[in-house]
Design a protein around this ligand. Structure first.
Ligand SMILES: [Zn+2]
Length: 409
């Protein structure tokens, strides 16, 4: 059976990780920085000899295309992103690009031409570490206006378009005829490692609702106001958080986090009169997400009444769950089965470029385990064997899709 070269894949991962390498063993290669330029140039030196067509678009997304039997044949696209968090790891994003590169190397080595072309893409600015929101794949699928991306001001006050031009990757838009998109990525969570599973067959991505909740009580002296007469905003908030958490745990499939919390006046001897906290609710199913969100709002009102406080709830944003295309999910599943790897059908907990691509073309994703589920951190790790398996699944899923390419559209 055709396989990719695992040690060659690992070597490219480690060579790429030298660009922006940090003392803690991670990588700092934020979008459109000098390090990003060097990473892009390195990829270009590797991928150009394997492909007939290279271009970058108006936001710097890079495309390398190895023609199919006919140069004008539609393409199956694979890839991910090269940018990292400021204190990022070596694997997030980089793995998806290097796995695609390794597939191109394998096809070239074996002199294989498929009915369709194979495209390798490196999306610009996925991480939102410097420019927010993420923009490469969003512009590509038409969800973000290119000009607004170019005008985006980064955390350092520098303008995206100017920085992109400076590193030499401000290009032009070109229409591509894409049959499907597959992305390989580290899981960035603990599920696969915990269940001793080699491959995550990704079914889609969780939807998300972000809410700010403000609770208003009444300030008072901590020594003079009897317990029964208090309107304690903090006690009310804690009750809300605990009972909302229970709702989500009982439901079973969602995840719920309160990650920000502010207390006023924050004095040991004063009963808190104001609390502001940020809720993040995620679920892979649209109706269940909405239902949980409604239950949470109801629970907040109920608890606020019990504690004689008042509330303000603000939904900051809502992202619908993404469901990947059946033909792509099946191709990943059958590739993994054929290679004899054990796998789990799972939704992605995090958002990826693939979630945006799914709105435009048939899309699927492959996960490999992350050690201890750690990501966005220098200690992020997946072993050479785990990466090799993921890239092998990518290779066979692509071959599989290429065979039935005509059926996809
Ligand atoms: Zn990523």
């Amino acid at each position: 059976m055709l396989k990719i070269n695992g040690s060659r894949l690992w070597d490219s991962m480690m060579d790429l990780a030298k660009i922006g390498a940090t003392l803690e063993g991670g990588v700092s290669r934020v979008a459109v920085s000098e390090e990003d330029r060097r990473g892009r140039d390195l990829l270009r030196s590797w991928a150009s000899p394997l492909t007939e067509d290279f271009h970058f678009d108006e936001v710097g997304n890079m495309f390398f295309i190895r023609y199919g039997l006919q140069p004008e044949a539609p393409i199956i696209l694979t890839g991910s992103h090269l940018d990292t968090q400021i204190h990022g790891g070596r694997f997030d994003g980089a793995f998806g690009v290097m796995a695609g590169l390794e597939v191109l190397k394998t096809l070239a080595e074996e002199d294989i031409r498929l009915p369709c072309g194979i495209g390798l893409v490196a999306w610009t600015n996925e991480e939102e570490a410097r420019y927010c929101p993420a923009m490469g794949s969003a512009v590509f699928v038409g969800k973000q206006d290119p000009q607004s991306a170019l005008d985006c001001v980064g955390l350092d006050g520098k303008v995206f378009g100017e920085e992109l031009k400076k590193i030499g990757y401000l290009g032009k838009h070109r229409e591509l005829n894409i049959l499907a998109y597959l992305e390989t990525h580290i899981e960035q969570g603990p599920v696969l490692e915990n269940e001793k599973i080699q491959i995550g067959v990704v079914s889609g991505a969780q939807g998300q609702i972000a809410m700010d909740v403000e609770i208003f009580g009444e300030a008072g002296h901590s020594g003079t106001v009897p317990m029964r007469l208090r309107k304690d905003a903090l006690v009310c908030a804690i009750d809300i958080i605990n009972s909302c958490r229970s709702l989500v745990v009982e439901e079973g499939k969602g995840v719920f986090t309160v990650g920000t919390f502010k207390l006023e006046p924050n004095s040991r001897t004063t009963i808190p009169d104001k609390v502001l906290f940020g809720m993040d609710l995620r679920h892979p199913d649209t109706d269940s997400l909405q239902n949980l969100s409604n239950l949470i709002k109801q629970k907040i009102k109920e608890k606020v009444a019990t504690h004689c406080c008042q509330e303000r709830i603000e939904v900051l944003f809502q992202k619908e769950p993404v469901v990947f295309t059946e033909s792509c999910v099946k191709s990943v599943q059958s590739a993994s089965d054929k290679l004899g790897y054990n796998s789990l059908l799972m939704p992605s907990g995090a958002f990826h470029d693939a979630c945006l691509l799914a709105s435009k073309v048939p899309t699927g994703m492959i996960f490999v385990p992350s050690q201890k589920g750690v990501s966005h951190n220098p200690t992020e790790y997946s072993s050479p064997e785990q990466l090799e398996k993921g890239a092998n699944v990518l290779l066979h899923a692509l071959l599989n899709l290429a065979e039935k390419g005509a059926l996809l559209k």
